[in-house]
Design a protein around this ligand. Structure first.
Ligand code: PMP
Length: 365
């Protein structure tokens, strides 16, 4: 009889369902784990950078010590790499934690959070967790409709979330449009720009001038994608020092572990690895879009490390491919039941995906 003890909101909260680990799928379907292509979580198919792995290994030697609770070295490294002040940075246990910290600091019943209706699902989960109202604005051609989002802002709005590029659609907004939105928002609203996939863009938007000018804009990035450190959980937020100090108050004292901090510092210096991953991703995107279109599946290549494909019935496609060891992400939780999101893999993984999709097309076409 625990249910009666829980807060009312807990019962309304859905359980977040991430993709299953490779070993689990291998066992369930009697497959060799080495042959499974996990293209479901937008991870880097080329693994962590060698520099990051070496740094993580070294950090293990002092694993008996608590980590630096202020992430000084990592904040300094990011500050230097991006030309921003250390005081303008907060590090989180993945950028998902940063999103939650925004909730701790700004959300409660009665306030509203504006987001796209096909935007990254964690915004809605966090809004609900804090009893705030999620205002879902219809997206346009799979991209955030910034004008409609601006129009949805009222005196109860506190946060506006824009993911650019967005997950699961892959579409990015232009720098000019993001700046225009940041500059047009009233004083009581923070634009939360989620840049988890920014490193895959030809040129990421630069909102440093807006932050300096006092616009309420907060940018989030992660080491889980192009830096290949999803398993270590590290991301960061960038904004006005006054905002950062508020977020520092609501985090756990040791929210980011020592291995993650060390690996992230090293990953930042491995620019050759990042460059290679970016160009391989471009090549893989072209490979997947051409291959899927040839099979008759309309596919949006987007600007991140995944593609969005209309397969008619995303759930059936997911089930069928999983049995042959290719894992994709069905998008019913996003209200996009016809679609799957497919992470761009290595060339060989992409070939396997296309072969499995071909078998599916032949028997369901
Ligand atoms: N934002 C977006 C748009 C994402 O796609 C993801 C990862 N799926 C995250 C944030 C969270 O990433 P992490 O917590 O691993 O940093």
């Amino acid at each position: 009889k625990y249910a009666e003890l829980a807060n009312a909101g807990v019962h309304e909260q859905p359980v977040y369902q991430p993709g299953k680990p490779i070993e689990y799928v291998a066992q369930e379907f009697g497959l060799d784990p080495a042959l499974i292509a996990k293209l479901a979580s937008n991870e880097n198919p080329f693994g962590p950078s060698p520099k990051a792995m070496a740094a993580a290994q070294r950090a293990l030697q002092t694993a008996h010590l608590y980590p630096d609770g202020n992430c000084c070295a990592l904040r300094a490294a990011i500050a230097q790499a991006r030309g921003i002040d250390e005081e303008a940075l907060i590090i989180g246990n993945g950028s998902n934690e940063i999103i939650e910290l925004l909730g701790h600091a700004f959300l409660r019943p009665g306030v509203e959070v504006v987001m796209g209706d096909q935007a990254f699902i964690v915004y809605k989960l966090i809004a609900k967790l804090f009893g705030a109202t999620a205002v879902e604005v219809p997206m346009q051609d799979f991209g955030h409709d910034l004008q409609a989002m601006r129009a949805a802002v009222n005196e109860r709005t506190r946060l506006v979330f824009v993911a650019s590029p967005n997950n699961p659609t892959g579409v990015a907004n232009s720098e000019a449009d993001l700046i225009a939105l940041a500059e047009s928002l009233p004083e009581h609203v923070i634009l939360c720009l989620d840049e988890a996939y920014a490193e895959y863009l030809d040129r990421a938007p630069d909102l440093r001038a807006q932050v300096a000018a006092g616009c309420k804009v907060f940018c989030m990035r992660t080491f889980s994608k192009i830096y290949g450190l999803g398993g270590l959980r590290v991301g960061y937020g960038y904004g006005a020092p006054e905002l950062i100090q508020l977020l520092q108050r609501v985090r756990q004292p040791f929210n980011v572990n020592a291995i993650a901090q060390a690996a992230a510092c090293a990953a930042l210096t491995d620019t050759a690895f990042v460059e290679q991953c970016r160009s391989e991703n471009e090549r893989g995107r072209a490979q997947l879009v051409a291959g899927l279109e040839a099979l008759g599946f309309a596919t949006l290549g987007g600007q991140a490390n995944f593609v969005l494909t209309n397969v008619g019935d995303g759930g059936a496609f997911f089930q069928a491919l999983q049995q042959s060891g290719v894992i994709v992400r069905p998008l019913a939780p996003y209200g996009m039941a016809a679609y799957v999101r497919i992470t761009i893999g290595t060339e060989a993984e992409n070939v396997r995906l296309l072969e499995a999709a071909g078998v599916y097309a032949a028997s369901n076409g």
